[in-house]
Design a protein around this ligand. Sequence first.
Ligand SMILES: C[S@@+](CC[C@H](N)C(=O)[O-])C[C@H]1O[C@@H](n2cnc3c(N)ncnc32)[C@H](O)[C@@H]1O
Ligand code: SF4
Ligand code: SF4
Length: 436
Amino acid sequence: MFNYKIIRSFLRGIFSKRNPIYAQFAINSNCNLQCRMCGQHQLAQSEWSSPSLLHKQKNILSLNEIRVIAGHLQKMQLPFIVLTGGEPFLRKDLAEIVKIFKDHNITSRIQTNGTLLTEKNIQELLNLGVVDYSISLDSLIEEKQDYINDRKGSWKKALEGIYILSKIVPKRGNFSVINTVVSDYNLYEIPSLVEFVNRIGFSHSLIPVHTKDKNKDKNKDKTRYKNLDKVKNDQNETFRSQNSSVKVKHSDHHQIDEVYRQIIRLKKKGYAIHNSKHFLKESIQFLKTGLVNSKCDSPYLYFHINSKGEMASCLDYSNGYSMLTDDFWSKYSSGEIQASLKSTIENCDGCMYPCYAELSYLRRKRTVFIERTVSETKKFLRVRNEYSFDDLLGWVSELNSKSIYNQDKNQPKNQNKNQNKNQNETITKNSMVVNS
Ligand SMILES: C[S@@+](CC[C@H](N)C(=O)[O-])C[C@H]1O[C@@H](n2cnc3c(N)ncnc32)[C@H](O)[C@@H]1O
Ligand code: SF4
Ligand code: SF4
């Protein structure tokens, strides 16, 4: 939840560029899912949650190490941090981590796949002031989400997690977001997902899928995705997936325009779509070509802390500076670290991760600044309605029955194609308009 202190630090960061306003911290690189578009998971866990296994892995910082990092962030006057992973809820000491940041005047928000949320852990975090979450949801179709996550039962658990959150976090002025990665798996389904998220009363952030071209990256910049050949066993060195099946196929490029036209229309109608219009328009080109027009403001406006405790330009680069060494602060305050990260950033092709790109737009584009100021104010005023889990399931089946994605397009590849045949016969290719 934003307060006066955060807003002040935020504006100071935006206008002065002297104090970063945001850092993402991968508090572990392990995950209980293995999403097909993600290279972040190091270890697919055989159980939903297996802390003993987790703590045997390297790359898990101790609470004392996290305390050292929090001390540096406090000196930077960082107003808030996003705790991410892997899956942050795999750490059983998550509340203690949040407490460390709170003690250093830093507000935490948490990025999660939602599968490990319980009333108990959310309440515990709420008591420490954590009210804002980003929860991933890429499909309303159970089989498809399970396919994307490569984990049976993940859709149901994520939906339950979203429901638990909706019950516990404040109904008024909450800044929680549902994250959807737009890819070949779900392009046709996006307008329905937007409608669903609007009904459940959260904001919706649409992230165009990021992939990596192995050969291109290898030639361009050896620091990016080093160990490419062993990437399967060493996934924590990477973020973007090499799985090219997630890219929207060329034959569907015209549908990207149509889908985004609808998203922008829904946004104009007042749907709580977190992305700026500029970001949505740029996403079209990015999904088709991978090209980006914006400039990067890392590490001055934002940066990433990887699971080894290194300050890196962002989650795409494995090279960073340990924040645990005695000379970190002197090197940071002299600008030495920022200067050396700059060469990586200057050689980067760019990205459209909303957490980075939107902040750069906010800083550089007056239209985006005005639009975001208005939409964030509306979020302050918005009140989420109460609903039951059955309501939620009812909306899912209503939207699934209306939508184009029930045809073969965007179906999980291992699903029986005849399964939905009858249902699909009445659905035309352009019936993805959400009737609202
Ligand atoms: C790496 S996850 C970590 C937090 C948590 N496990 C989750 O899934 O939300 C953070 C976000 O990155 C998104 N993501 C994963 N792979 C991506 C990709 N190739 N391109 C863009 N976003 C991606 C996820 O969907 C999620 O919203
Ligand atoms: S997107 Fe999140 S849940 Fe999925 S594999 Fe990556 S880290 Fe895990
Ligand atoms: S533009 Fe490049 S360096 Fe900057 S945040 Fe994006 S991927 Fe990282």
